[in-house]
Design a binder for this molecule. Structure first.
Ligand code: TYM
Length: 333
């Protein structure tokens, strides 16, 4: 397979959790050695919720530290901060001229945000998928490692790129597709019985990469289950199914089968199941967790990574913007 262009990013909202890792970062780490990769910290995207300046900076720094702790190699990939590239807001603005209210209002993530934060339905929220498209197509990406929740945004990125090509009769942007090394995109479940692992449902719903073994044990002991199966071969409740799904992601197949059998014959003890899963989570995350502190203390390294990333990312983005400006008709005299 030839080298492709890969782009992906994460919003800086605090510590990375297992969902971010399995849905996105674990793929970044593999892809960086196989393709031309651009990975960034989506700080513009986090402005839709108006973070205060000190928190924003701290959160950007934390994602950078955790990217490096997970194994992103700034020599192998281009690692940068979204707001360091003036070409991104420029492309965002250009794409906005061909993005329509109706299609933006129909995006599931917009409808969800409009429901959960009715007092802050800002234009940035509405045009969030346009900014995300700009991030992706600015480097002409074809693959975008993301979790299942981002699939609709990728569809929009294809729409906006294709529309620009058609409008100006040029093949500037290829089509980007969501990607995961597994068979399909993944959704890592949360611990509280609901949907996906997400910070918006509280810290007890997520396992962060930085969580200590004690904290992981505590969170797992509080993970929601049910009263247990009383008849053989019943279908697990959504909360218990979530825990089986988590085990499927971090434990061995043998262990998963063991607990599935015990569930099927009603001999499962949720206490043991959750303890066992906690230990596997701890071991799974240990290599990254152990590096976080040392990297965080190395400000010189962080500064170097950000400066080098900015330079490489701008070189790529500037080329695309030049093509777009010419296509649109902005020409020099
Ligand atoms: P964000 O910051 O919400 O999440 C970052 C990445 O983590 C994945 N993820 C999950 N995957 C599986 N299960 C989960 N429970 C889970 N929770 C989070 C997300 O799918 C995502 O891949 N809009 C994006 C950030 C972004 C971006 C981009 C991504 C901005 N521009 C360009 C790719 C390309 C977001 O809010 O992700």
């Amino acid at each position: 397979m030839g080298k492709e262009i890969i782009v992906s990013g994460i919003r800086p909202t605090g510590n990375l959790h297992l969902g971010n890792y399995l849905g996105a970062v674990s793929n970044f780490v593999k892809m960086q050695h196989e393709h031309h990769c651009f990975f960034f910290i989506a700080d513009y995207h986090s402005l839709t919720t108006h973070p205060n300046p000190a928190d924003l900076h701290q959160n950007v720094r934390q994602v950078l530290v955790e990217y490096l702790a997970c194994g992103l190699d700034p020599e192998a990939c281009t690692l940068y901060i979204q707001s360091d590239l003036p070409q991104i807001p420029e492309l965002y603005m250009l794409l906005n001229m061909h993005a329509y209210m109706g299609e933006l209002e129909r995006v599931a993530s917009f409808k969800e945000k409009a429901r959960t934060q009715p007092n802050n339905i800002n234009a940035g929220l509405l045009t969030y998928p346009v900014l995300m498209a700009a991030d992706i197509i600015i480097h002409k990406a074809t693959k975008v490692p993301v979790g299942k929740d981002q699939e609709q945004h990728l569809e929009m990125a294809r729409t906006f790129g294709n529309r620009f090509n058609r409008m100006y009769q040029q093949e500037i942007f290829p089509e980007p597709y969501a990607f995961n090394y597994g068979k399909e995109l993944i959704k890592v479940p949360g611990l509280q019985g609901g949907g996906k692992m997400s910070k918006s449902d509280g810290d007890n719903n997520v396992i962060n990469l930085i969580d200590s073994p004690e904290l992981i044990r505590k969170k797992m002991s509080r993970a929601v289950t049910d009263t247990g199966p009383t008849e053989p071969n019943t279908i697990p409740s959504p909360a218990v199914q979530n825990l089986f799904d988590l085990m499927g992601l971090v434990s061995s197949q043998d262990k998963l089968s063991h607990y599935q059998e015990r569930y099927a014959n009603c001999s499962i003890r949720y206490g043991d199941f959750k303890k066992d899963l906690a230990e596997d989570l701890i071991n799974y995350l240990a290599p990254a967790r152990e590096k976080i502190e040392a990297i965080s203390a190395n400000n010189t390294l962080l500064k170097q990574v950000v400066e080098r990333g900015k330079e490489k990312a701008i070189a790529s983005a500037a080329k695309t913007i030049k093509e777009c400006r010419e296509a649109i008709g902005f020409r020099s005299f």
